[in-house]
Design a protein around this ligand. Structure first.
Ligand SMILES: [Zn+2]
Length: 431
């Protein structure tokens, strides 16, 4: 038996020698086909059979050979990034002899991930900074500041008391796959000194006007930073959608998963650059981070924790309007009156009054409670999500179109352009 093995090895070596002999006609080939990769594969072993010098290049950054030049027969490792996008993807590896006379290509296919309750979402973020004066640091935000804000939001979300499984990351690449010199930031000079934020979000006469700045919302969370015409608004966000047969109370249901280019307005968050930095004692860095955390909460499907009529936005009511029964509700108009009564004419309050103002009265039960919810504002600790809020965010991450990350959808539910005509998009925003 042993003799038989030896003869097999000798035969294999002879075959290999034939395949890689430099004296023969130039020969260059991939040694074997590569099966479809799974979403979490991290490395691919590629065999190259050759008797000449060669180069190996990939057309996608997620599929990156460790060697790009070599000679004769070699094994090459190819680093594969986990596929946390929404679709199966493919890359082409091109193997060429150094004189260019021989060229072989191989398509590498990687399956898409189907999420479950343990999936960790890393959502690429792009801040589109729309400025009028390049030298104005409020408009043309200082490099590094927006990344600091995102770190702050991740910290708030990680310590919010409920498991969300979501992390925002500054986008590394633009939609064409070019590495961004400043990750997660896209700057544009505009001719306007301020923009009406409602019109920007789609309420204006030209709703598609600002869509040109949006990057594919299935790959990026789009956050626009500009000077709001209405100086009193800190930020405003679109609410997500779900696609039939999936549904979630309070979210607009679309008939089809339509291609994002058909969207009637930029699906995004807008932040007023007036509040992009801290401002003396009135507005701290924590406040700046909390505003972004709050707007992203809306973007991921959360309504305000206080009472708010879903249609008219009337707040002088008592209604558990956020579809989460574990968030106590209160009358915002009554609270605002109380808050104004505590303020001096200069608009400030002392430390004792702050302790009073962080308390709310549950309008359904009359009980007092401390405001800790990220979806509340005014005097609040703004550092908590409840389990039901976390469950809503998870559902949106797993099902909503126009939000990055892997989705639970049937194989036949692929985005389609014709579907937009059937969809009824409803403009729902929250400040
Ligand atoms: Zn809000």
């Amino acid at each position: 038996m042993r003799k038989n093995y030896l003869s097999m090895i000798v035969t294999l070596l002879l075959l290999a020698g034939v395949a890689c002999d430099r004296n023969e006609e130039p020969r260059l080939a991939f040694a074997r086909m590569v099966p479809t990769l799974s979403p979490n594969d991290t490395v691919l072993h590629l065999g190259i059979e050759s008797n000449t010098d060669w180069t190996l290049v990939s057309d996608e950054s997620w599929c990156s050979p460790s060697l790009t030049v070599g000679y004769e027969c070699m094994e090459v490792q190819v680093a594969i990034a986990a596929n946390d996008g929404q679709d199966e993807r493919s890359a082409t590896l091109t193997l060429s002899s150094s004189d260019g006379g021989l060229v072989q290509t191989m398509q590498i296919v990687q399956q898409r991930l189907t999420p479950d309750s343990t999936t960790h979402y890393r959502l690429p973020v792009v801040f589109h900074v729309l400025y009028n004066k390049e030298g104005n640091k409020k408009q043309n935000v200082i490099e590094g500041h927006l990344a600091t804000l995102i770190e702050g939001v991740n910290d708030v979300y990680a310590r919010c008391g409920a498991y969300l499984g979501v992390e925002f990351v500054m986008a590394a690449e633009d939609p064409d796959g070019n590495l961004l010199a400043e990750p997660g930031v896209d700057r544009h000079r505009i001719n306007l000194t301020s923009i009406n934020s409602s019109a920007f979000m789609g309420y204006g006469r030209e709703p598609k006007k600002y869509c040109e700045y949006m990057w594919d919302p299935n790959r990026y969370v789009n956050i626009f930073v500009y000077t709001f015409e209405d100086k009193g608004i800190l930020g405003i966000s679109h609410f997500p959608y779900v696609v039939k047969p999936h549904s979630l109370e309070g979210l607009t249901e679309l008939e089809y998963d339509a291609d994002w280019s058909e969207l009637p307005w930029p699906q995004c968050v807008s932040i007023n650059n007036e509040y992009i930095y801290s401002h003396e004692e009135y507005y701290t860095m924590t406040d700046v981070v909390n505003t972004l955390a709050h707007e992203l909460g809306h973007f991921l499907g959360l309504r305000h924790a206080f009472s708010e009529d879903p249609e008219t936005y009337d707040r002088d009511i008592c209604l558990d309007s956020d579809f989460c029964t574990d968030t106590p509700t209160y009358n915002k108009v009554a609270y605002d009156k109380f808050m104004q009564g505590c303020m001096t004419s200069g608009g400030s309050v002392d430390d004792n009054e702050k302790q009073l103002l962080v308390m709310r009265e549950n309008c359904e039960t009359g009980e007092e409670f401390r405001s800790t919810n990220i979806m509340d504002y005014a005097y609040t600790e703004a550092n908590r999500f409840t389990p039901q809020q976390a469950a809503r965010i998870r559902y949106v991450l797993e099902h909503s179109p126009y939000i990055p990350g892997p989705k639970m959808r049937l194989p036949e539910q692929k985005p389609t352009t014709k579907a937009a005509r059937t969809n009824t998009y409803k403009l729902v925003t929250f400040e």
